[in-house]
Design a protein around this ligand. Sequence first.
Ligand SMILES: [Zn+2]
Length: 87
Amino acid sequence: MANTTTAASPPAVRSRHEICELARLVNCGECWQVPGKPCTPEGDHVARFGRAMRRGLVTGPELIVVLQTLDAFTNTTIVCDVPGGVS
Ligand SMILES: [Zn+2]
């Protein structure tokens, strides 16, 4: 008998803008910017997103959403935030 139970929809992956805001809740392991302030006017270091994930603020899939927009990156790469939350 087939299980027709509708699978719960997977947890929604937050928008890139929201993920950037969550990453900003931790200090940056690269430039040591304090929580609440972006690393640069353009965005935040990749290192900061890694820290946010280790703290449980963002999920692995969300980290991938952010990193897959970059061709290549290191901890010092800046992830540009998207004003208004549209990625
Ligand atoms: Zn930084």
